[in-house]
Design a protein around this ligand. Structure first.
Ligand code: SAH
Length: 474
């Protein structure tokens, strides 16, 4: 059944180097808003419940979900993070932006959501494509080898992954490309990861040997590849041809939210009310992020600007993209970004998910994941603005991307060499990666029906001009 998709990586991976891989709140004067924002709305309502053995893990594909918000049944004592957020607001003498709130909630060094646990594991809240099927990381491997070929097969390449989670994508990429020794020999892997707990897990899953006394570097015995860990992209050494992978990383970057009011566009802020609860308020005057709002609006169409009552922007997304584009522009190579998002201005998409259900964004911060739709036009324009030497391709849907890279051949090859249980797991994993909506072949429990992520996830590439157009964006 579907739970097999979440059984440990090692047992569900079909280790097939023999199977051909390449078939080719409020201080006046802020105006108060409701403490319960509208739930995120979207055209399709898809919550996936995935049962795992006795421990019962529920995992959720976070995109395109709609459910009523859940509140904690009873007030609980303030957590460390809540105390911290309240003291920031108190000593700042006023509310903080949604972006600052989001950043603290996700990555506060002591108690941020990602920092101390495996959010994908038995306590997990959601599932990502690399965890759904080994084929995802393998296809990213195909993309990476193709780009490396277009780069002229350099002898040394920095392969950077932003936000590697459990490291599953990189494990599947290395295993899938293991026959291409010249490629794997060229790799220097750099993992950009803020969470010490996840860094540890990545080290284990990449089967790293402790040849160095440093916690920040090791050798992966999967391909004899050096692996380095960094907290930010800036820390990764430059001057070497570079390939960057960012899967479900951008959606965790902090967003600022703006709302149209009789006073014009106001930034939505987080404050503490007289009842000591967090609440949203509107800024009385322009905030520093308004500069980014103006910039983002210059990239919008007049129709987009007119119809929106809310706008969500991510300066971090713009700055990160500029850093990536500059690197690729000067060092050569390219970046692949895959995430759920839209090829248009984003209105109001920030959502919080805890234990497979939507919860209020302000409820018990640090205990739920926060994520927002990725604004793909903003990535494109930021990259083009940062470097004349790069070209941006896409976005295209994940389904088109994986299909054009040959996932159909891969699933067929794997199906030749597996038992019935593995075949069922492969088919539902395949559907999840490339399908759209509910899997028509499903005969199990309704609530376990695999839901396709194929059209809600988009892929975009930023590539050095001299490399030509990358597969499969031709
Ligand atoms: N790419 C993985 C995990 C996605 S979850 C997958 O698809 O399965 C987001 C990942 O980014 C986690 O590993 C999280 O710890 C990391 N992350 C989130 N914000 C970050 C930041 N600001 N800096 C570095 N890593 C971050």
């Amino acid at each position: 059944m579907l739970r097999r998709l979440l059984t440990p990586t090692s047992s569900r991976r079909i280790l097939s180097s023999t199977i051909p891989f390449f078939s080719k709140p409020s201080l006046s004067p802020f105006s108060s808003l409701s403490t319960s924002p509208d739930p995120p709305c979207s055209e399709s309502s898809t919550v996936e419940h995935v049962q795992e053995a006795a421990g019962t893990t529920i995992s959720v594909d976070r995109s395109a979900l709609f459910t009523p918000l859940e509140h904690s049944p009873e007030p609980t004592p303030d957590s460390e993070l809540v105390k911290h957020l309240k003291s920031v607001i108190k000593f700042r003498g006023g509310p903080i932006s949604v972006a600052e709130y989001m950043e603290e909630v996700l990555t506060n060094p002591k108690s941020g959501y990602y920092m101390n646990r495996d959010v994908f594991g038995t306590q997990g809240d959601f599932i990502t494509s690399p965890e759904v099927s080994q084929m995802f990381g393998e296809m990213i491997g195909v993309w990476t080898v193709c780009l490396w070929e277009q780069m002229g097969r350099p002898e040394k390449v920095n392969l950077i992954e932003l936000g590697p989670g459990r490291g599953t994508l990189m494990v599947d990429l290395l295993r899938g490309t293991s026959k291409f020794r010249n490629f794997t020999d060229s790799l220097h892997i750099h993992l950009v990861e803020c969470s010490p707990a996840l860094q540890k897990l990545q080290r284990q899953n990449l089967k790293c040997t402790d040849e160095s006394s440093s916690e920040k570097k090791a050798i992966s015995s999967l391909a004899g590849t050096p692996v380095h860990w960094h907290a930010t992209l800036e820390e990764v050494p430059s001057g070497v041809p570079t390939i960057i992978i960012a899967h479900e990383f951008y959606d965790a970057l902090p967003v600022h939210q703006f709302q149209k009011s009789p006073r014009g566009w106001c930034e939505k802020m987080v404050d503490v009310g007289e009842d000591s609860e967090f609440r949203f308020v509107l800024s009385p005057q322009p905030t520093p992020a308004s500069l980014y709002l103006m910039k983002r609006c210059t990239w919008a169409t007049p129709e987009e600007r007119e119809k929106l009552e809310h706008i969500e922007i991510s300066p971090k997304c713009m700055d990160l993209t500029q850093e990536m584009a500059k690197r690729i522009g000067s060092d050569g190579g390219g970046a692949l970004i895959i995430d759920y998002g839209r090829d248009e201005l984003i209105s109001d998409s920030l959502q919080a998910i805890r234990k497979h259900k939507f919860v209020n964004i302000l409820d018990d911060p640090g205990s739920a994941d926060l994520s927002a739709y990725v604004d793909f036009p903003s990535i494109k324009h930021s990259a083009e603005e940062a470097s004349e030497n790069v070209l941006v391709h896409g976005p295209m849907t994940q389904s088109q991307f994986l299909g054009s890279l040959g996932i159909n051949f891969r699933v067929d090859a794997l199906l030749q060499n597996c038992d019935d249980e593995q075949a069922e797991s492969l088919r539902s994993g395949y559907w999840r990666l490339v399908g759209d909506g509910e899997a028509p072949f499903w005969e199990g429990d309704d609530e376990e029906t695999p839901i396709g992520m194929g059209t809600r996830y988009l892929a975009m590439a930023i590539v050095n001009r001299s490399q030509g157009t990358p597969a499969p964006f031709q």
